[in-house]
Design a binder for this molecule. Structure first.
Ligand code: UFG
Length: 324
């Protein structure tokens, strides 16, 4: 059995990736400090607790499991918090990635799939986004992910590293079998917040801005089902096994969905009204983000299978009801 080390394996996207790996015949070993992740979401392989910046711990874990590949999810990922704590974000997201790269080199682990983000593109001047859209982040979170990408490219130039960089658009939804899902504290994402408001867990949903240059005035995002994001990692691993070239892919559907369209989808799924109000724009929110997503389709042979809005919202609702 092949082994993969999943940093951040106890987190939202990392845990879905562990399930996808286990189904594809891999043993996923999660490496997580449980600062954001949840022990209960590590269901498909062992958990090694550790900080991504702890070189001695990483060395010990790599020596113990001798993985064929590393999938690197561990990171801080909130745009707003990154503005307040840029140094912490640089430390965890950039220095942490550099620490992992050094440990991988020392342990002769040569395959890496990295979780990057649409935030590296900032506010694009042309749509749809493609992988050749200039990288121009507009907040510290996006800057740290772009810097981590650079660190990976540099490591590959100086060594034997094969890597795939996957830039997620809006990962959303939950495991279709209800085995894992999104549990952030605090929750900042639109879909779980809209569900919470519909179910009466929170009094109201705040919609940040209704004066954007979009058809209904609210922001537009490209929602991609977290299980589709997970299986893209399997496709990336297979591609890296067969090819000796690095690859960078956006993961999205090519479809833009407005915040008000999300509210309608949540109302349809729950059968309840979402109480919401308009609030001022959230600093740093780009008006419109969606990707053409060609590299993933044409190179990896990946396509979203469950990323229609009703499936995303339905699976997120299933998880949210389980948490009650
Ligand atoms: N929104 C609300 N109310 C909420 C939450 C969100 O109106 O309670 C709005 C946001 O302002 C935005 C849209 O819903 O217009 C989507 O917001 P999310 O927080 O769900 O997602 P983001 O697009 O801000 O963030 C996602 C990832 C980030 C990544 C970013 C790239 O979660 O990690 O895309 O732009 F950095």
């Amino acid at each position: 059995m092949r082994t993969a080390l999943i940093t951040g394996g106890a987190g939202y996207i990392g845990s879905h990736a562990c399930k996808a790996l286990a189904r594809s015949g891999w043993r996923p070993v999660s490496y997580d400090d449980l600062s954001q992740g949840h022990r209960a979401l590590v269901k498909w392989g062992p958990l090694e607790e550790g900080d991504i910046r702890d070189r001695a711990r990483l060395d010990a874990v790599l020596a113990r499991w001798r993985p064929q590949a590393v999938l690197h999810f561990a990171a801080l990922s909130q745009v707003g918090a990154s503005v307040l704590q840029p140094d912490l974000y640089r430390d965890v997201n950039v220095a942490g990635t550099e620490c992992l790269l050094a440990a991988m080199r020392a342990a002769n682990v040569e395959t890496l799939v990295f979780s990057s983000t649409a935030a590296v593109y900032g506010v694009p001047t042309r749509l749809p986004i493609t992988e050749t859209t200039p990288v121009a982040p507009t907040n510290p979170y996006g800057e740290t992910k772009a810097a981590a990408e650079d660190a990976i490219r540099r490591a590959a130039e100086g060594g034997k590293l094969r890597y795939a960089i996957l830039r997620y658009f809006n990962a959303a939804g939950g495991d279709p079998d209800g085995e894992t899902g999104e549990s952030h504290d605090p929750e900042t994402h639109l879909i779980p917040n809209a569900i919470a408001a519909a179910l009466g867990k929170t009094p109201t949903l705040d919609i940040f801005g209704d004066d954007y240059p979009t058809p209904d005035g609210t922001c537009i995002r490209d929602y991609v089902h977290v299980s589709d994001v997970a299986w893209a990692h399997i496709a990336a691993l297979e591609w890296l096994e067969a090819n000796d070239e690095p690859i960078t892919c956006d993961l999205g559907t090519g479809q833009g969905t407005s915040n008000l369209a999300v509210i309608s989808a949540v109302e349809a799924a729950t059968g309840r009204r979402v109480p919401w109000r308009t609030m001022p724009r959230r600093p740093g929110d780009p008006p419109v983000l969606y990707t053409a997503g060609r590299a993933a389709r044409e190179t990896l042979g990946w396509m979203p299978l469950r990323s229609d809005l009703p499936s995303i919202v339905g699976d997120a609702l299933k998880w949210s009801q389980r948490l009650q």
